[in-house]
Design a protein around this ligand. Structure first.
Ligand SMILES: Nc1nc2c(ncn2[C@@H]2O[C@H](COP(=O)(O)OP(=O)(O)OP(=O)(O)O)[C@@H](O)[C@H]2O)c(=O)[nH]1
Ligand SMILES: [Mg+2]
Length: 373
């Protein structure tokens, strides 16, 4: 038997302590009012002395119960811990959700940024392509089948443009024979080109060449070609009327080639163009070449081609390429006119500065890979 005494303020306190220490099987043996020891005890309220007892076997049982209780407590504590853990996990998950959302948002922003960067690069490359085309003077609107937007690599564009050029540039391989007329705007080099051709045909190809000019409009124009004719010792006729044209051609019948120079006309002057057309029809030419300067502005090419479109010319002579550093106009002229190149001229020297270029030479010039010094 275990006997224990408790000094307490009231019975409630006694019962709580007894139950806690001895368990619910403890019995109260006695209770009495006592004073706290010492002088001070007389001035304080009385306390209760409670004596409680518990049998030994009950004590074992109590301990056993306590162990069971403890185990139960541990289990329930564990259960509580688990449920707390679950709650924490849930909360953690919940708290991670915004984190996930944030991650997704960050990824979206990254993707967007990448797109923007890519587009900026592409824009940069688009600009590179456009700058390049501007630099070489090629009209980007004429590029059939090449979408500038597709290119984010300038080298790839150059490669594809080269392929396109080699397909689109056409060079005339036609031999010069019969009646050849040159038409074109003022001052582009028609007369000089006629002199160059006459020189080559007569001096190099040893052909019988005759010259006719219907250039009566500009003072000194007749003299210019007459001088060349005298130097090269070839017949030269000046024609003013349609009737004279007929006569002149007849007189030069035995020539292998008759080169006919015309008055430079503004392509905007339809009256002059119509007059010229009448002469050309009378000639019944074997070949009519439109002469355009390589220094012509892109916009003016349209006006010239439109103006001279009335006359059925066969091919193009591009002059003064020595006076420019970019050769895109060759492409623009060929694309817009849909005609072949007969010659290019590259200086004032008669008869040297003229040639029929190869397609490859033209491509290189247009692409800016070659220059005319
Ligand atoms: N740099 C350079 N000058 C050229 C070339 N061809 C002609 N010229 C010059 O251009 C100027 C005009 O040449 P012309 O042959 O008189 O031109 P045109 O077309 O007959 O002129 P119009 O008869 O007035 O219509 C002259 O000073 C020529 O020497 C060329 O290929 N290069
Ligand atoms: Mg002339």
């Amino acid at each position: 038997m275990v006997i224990k005494k408790y000094i307490v303020k009231n019975m409630n306190e006694a019962l709580t302590r007894i139950r806690y220490e001895l368990g619910k099987d403890a019995i109260i043996l006695s209770q009495r009012k006592v004073r706290e020891s010492g002088v001070k005890g007389y001035f304080k309220p009385k306390l209760i002395e409670v004596t409680a007892a518990l049998e030994n076997n009950k004590l074992e049982k109590k301990n056993k119960y306590e162990t069971v209780e403890k185990e139960e407590n541990i289990d329930s504590f564990k259960a509580s811990l688990n449920s707390i853990k679950n709650i924490i996990d849930k909360e953690d998950k919940k708290s991670k959700e915004p984190e996930n959302n944030l991650k997704e948002e960050v990824k979206e922003i990254k993707d967007l940024l990448n797109k923007v960067i890519k587009n900026t690069n592409k824009e940069k490359e688009d600009n590179l392509v456009e700058n390049y085309l501007n630099e070489i003077d090629v009209d980007k609107n004429l590029l059939e089948g090449l979408d500038l937007e597709d290119y984010d690599d300038i080298d790839k564009f150059k490669e594809d443009f080269k392929t396109l050029l080699s397909k689109e540039i056409k060079v005339s391989t036609k031999d010069l024979s019969g009646k050849i007329a040159l038409i074109g705007p003022t001052g582009v080099g028609k007369t000089t080109t006629i002199a160059k051709l006459a020189g080559r045909l007569a001096l190099i190809d040893k052909k019988k060449v005759g010259l006719i000019t219907i250039d009566t409009y500009r003072i000194g124009a007749v003299e210019q070609l007459k001088t060349y004719a005298e130097i090269m010792n070839i017949p030269f006729k000046v024609v003013i009327t349609l009737k004279e044209m007929e006569k002149a051609i007849k007189e030069l019948e035995d020539c292998d080639v008759i080169l006919i120079d015309t008055t430079g006309r503004s392509s905007k002057n339809t009256m002059q163009i119509s007059e010229l057309r009448a002469f050309i029809q009378k000639i019944n030419a074997d070949n009519i070449s439109l002469v355009i300067s390589g220094t012509t502005k892109n916009k003016d090419i349209d006006t010239i081609l439109k103006g001279y479109g009335e006359i059925n010319y066969e091919n193009i002579i591009i002059t003064k390429l020595d006076e420019t550093t970019s050769y895109g106009c060759i492409y623009n002229i060929i694309k817009k006119s849909k005609k072949e190149i007969a010659y290019i001229t590259t200086g004032q020297n008669v008869p040297e500065d003229i040639k029929t270029p190869s397609i490859n030479e033209v491509c290189k010039l247009v692409l800016g890979e070659d220059t005319i010094c």
